[in-house]
Ligand binder design. Structure first.
Ligand code: C2E
Ligand code: MG
Ligand code: MG
Ligand code: MG
Length: 288
């Protein structure tokens, strides 16, 4: 009967919710402990300038959780949960400090300047001491201006676009570069481009895969790159997996590519080794 069906559905939902709650609280407790035990590690994915002989143009620091209990966990499995509990703010700050520490040692070894980007969650941006913290760490590790890039997901625009605009302006004065991550994936509007003084748009090419119409896809990408160029905003194509895409991106004047076609994210040691084999051949993301 209908009553039975409703009854069993209720039970089903209750079970679901309970499982999820246990998982979330467990994850939060584990996450806090993991931060103390320093179980989070940086993987670096190179950014490559396709207009300049595929020279390295910087790298993005991506978090991996090397959990004693659960092995290596990717951010997709815990970042959404950490965003709910607020732990993501501490994690982002931890990652930022680790990245600065690494970059300081790298520079002290006499290696060429390198752009390093970290991700900042929406929640982090709206902390009162946000600018103070990030600028403080930059100073603590004496990182020269414009080597550090902060990647914000475009959903920051949803909450409070005027705060975001102000924060970006202060950050730039303090020697940071700011980029809009996952541009085109959902919330972005042309207002972002009209009103914000961001330096870089990160276009996730993977998002365009869902539509099968290659011609339409290419028109959208080409015109986004062209529009950004006229506004003095650089574009980085992310999630690029094959050489055909690289050729297309090159032909439309996109400068930088980040994707499996060149390299997967790798542990810091491996990244460091890779840079050594390049013998100083690396350039600035924003310079042509
Ligand atoms: P994101 O910032 O857009 O980073 C790019 C993601 O695309 C990375 O996934 C990267 O491994 C993946 N990727 C790069 N090239 C390719 C490709 O050619 N094909 C495919 N299929 N994927 C590619 P990852 O490392 O799993 O990170 C996922 C997301 O988790 C990131 O997306 C970012 O939103 C978030 N995340 C990672 N680290 C942090 C962090 O320290 N803090 C915060 N708040 N979020 C982070
Ligand atoms: Mg990113
Ligand atoms: Mg992205
Ligand atoms: Mg993404």
């Amino acid at each position: 009967s209908i009553k039975d069906q409703v009854g069993s559905q209720m039970t089903f939902y209750t079970e679901e919710i309970r499982n999820q709650t246990i998982k979330e609280t467990e994850m939060e407790a584990l996450g806090k402990e993991a931060l103390e035990k320093e179980e989070f590690v940086i993987y670096m994915q190179p950014k490559v300038n396709i207009q300049k002989n595929n020279i390295i143009a910087g790298a993005e620091a991506l978090v991996r959780w090397n959990s004693r209990q659960k092995g290596m966990i990717s951010p997709g499995e815990f970042i959404p949960l950490f965003e709910k509990t607020g732990l993501v703010v501490d994690l982002d700050r931890y990652m930022f400090e680790k990245a600065c520490h690494w970059l300081r040692n790298y520079l002290d070894a006499g290696r060429p300047a390198l752009n390093v980007a970290v991700n900042v969650s929406r929640l982090g941006l709206f902390q009162e001491d946000f600018v103070e913290y990030y600028s403080g760490i930059k100073q603590k590790y004496r990182i020269p201006d414009f080597l550090l890039e902060l990647e914000f997901t475009e959903s920051v625009m949803l909450d409070d676009s005027s705060t975001f605009k102000n924060v970006v302006e202060i950050l730039k004065k303090n020697g940071f570069r700011c980029s809009l991550d996952d541009f085109g994936s959902g919330y972005s509007s042309l207002n972002v481009l009209k009103n914000l003084s961001i330096d870089i748009l990160k276009l996730d090419i993977l998002f365009f895969k869902e539509g099968t119409d290659l011609r339409r896809e290419r028109v959208v990408i080409a015109n986004t790159v062209a529009m950004a160029k006229e506004l003095n905003i650089k574009t980085i194509a992310e999630g690029v997996e094959d050489t055909e895409q690289v050729e297309f991106l090159k032909s439309i004047g996109c400068d930088v590519v980040q994707g499996y076609v060149f390299s997967r994210p790798m542990p810091l040691m491996e990244f460091d080794e890779m840079l050594k084999t390049l013998r100083g051949r690396s350039i600035d993301v924003l310079k042509d």
